[in-house]
Design a protein around this ligand. Structure first.
Ligand SMILES: Nc1ncnc2c1ncn2[C@@H]1O[C@H](COP(=O)(O)OP(=O)(O)OP(=O)(O)O)[C@@H](O)[C@H]1O
Length: 262
């Protein structure tokens, strides 16, 4: 990767918590602009910790995380990030509109000024007609769409997603995978996606960082070179099956148990 393509440079990062747990050891990664990267690994390998450090929510114990100056994000990168958690974390007392408006409200944008941005974000996830609805009236997949719209409303360049679809049924998950791929390509996003699922990581990503636990560390960095757009045909293809096999193998080599979905 040339320096110009590099967006985030993680160098020699360790994360040790106060109780002595080493969540990550010696993490070094160059994340390129417009990559779709998955962090894949068993429970406890430090995937969420890595994501939280990239978001600036927690600091490395040693090492550094630098944003490239070319990205224009070096000093204010927090505003360049959208974060989607495993739970949609919506405010139950607020409408879909107000939930999506929240990040803009927090930076002082008036409701009037925010309106077109909120409407656009809802449109992007197919919820243009649901602005006035309350979360309790929505399915799990729709709540997650609201959560994605809320992450997109600030027009981030980087979308961080922490096992966003783990709790959803298979069909909903497939649909949301396609939605995320569309958002990624239409908005020139860089996506960093945490998952336990080999199938999901191969479908979505062009790069998979395979991690192991105790201590959390990177054990493989696999390129998935299948072209985009990816669709059901790709899911059925020999190439997809072969990629899944390769990634599964890398993952199995890290495991002493069976705590990963295949
Ligand atoms: N605030 C904390 N204090 C102490 N230990 C922590 C803290 N947060 C995480 N850990 C520990 O650090 C390790 C890595 O946790 P992390 O949540 O990053 O893993 P993960 O790969 O995302 O796991 P999962 O897939 O289960 O979400 C685990 O052993 C976890 O118990």
């Amino acid at each position: 990767m040339t320096k110009a393509d590099s967006l985030i440079r993680i160098s020699g990062v360790d994360k040790r918590f106060a109780n002595g747990t080493v969540a990550l050891r010696d993490l070094s990664l160059d994340i390129g602009q417009r990559q779709f990267i998955s962090f894949l690994g068993p429970s406890g390998c430090g995937k969420s910790t890595a994501l939280r450090m990239i978001a600036g929510l927690t600091a490395p114990s040693t090492g550094s995380i630098e944003w490239s100056k070319e990205s224009g994000a070096a000093s204010k990168h927090v505003h360049d990030i959208g974060f989607v958690f495993q739970e949609p974390t919506l405010m139950p007392w607020a409408t879909v509109f107000d939930n999506v408006y929240l990040p803009l409200r927090l930076v002082g944008t008036s409701r009037k000024a925010a309106q077109p941005l909120v409407e656009e974000a809802l449109e992007q996830v197919g919820l243009a007609n649901f602005a006035a609805v309350y979360p309790r009236e929505l399915s799990g997949g729709m709540k997650m769409r609201v959560s994605i719209a809320r992450a997109m409303v600030t027009r981030p360049r980087v979308l961080l997603m922490d096992e966003p679809f783990a709790a959803l049924d298979e069909m909903t998950r497939v649909k949301l995978n396609n939605d995320v791929l569309r958002l990624w390509s239409e908005h020139d996003l860089t996506v960093i996606f945490v998952t336990h699922s080999v199938w999901e990581s191969v479908y979505l990503s062009n790069r998979i960082i395979v991690m192991a636990a105790r201590p959390g560390r990177v054990v493989d960095d696999i390129t998935i070179s299948a072209p985009y757009p990816r669709d059901d045909e790709f899911r059925m293809s020999a190439e997809y099956a072969e990629n899944c096999k390769q990634v599964s193998k890398a993952l199995r080599s890290t495991l002493d148990g069976n705590d990963v979905d295949h």
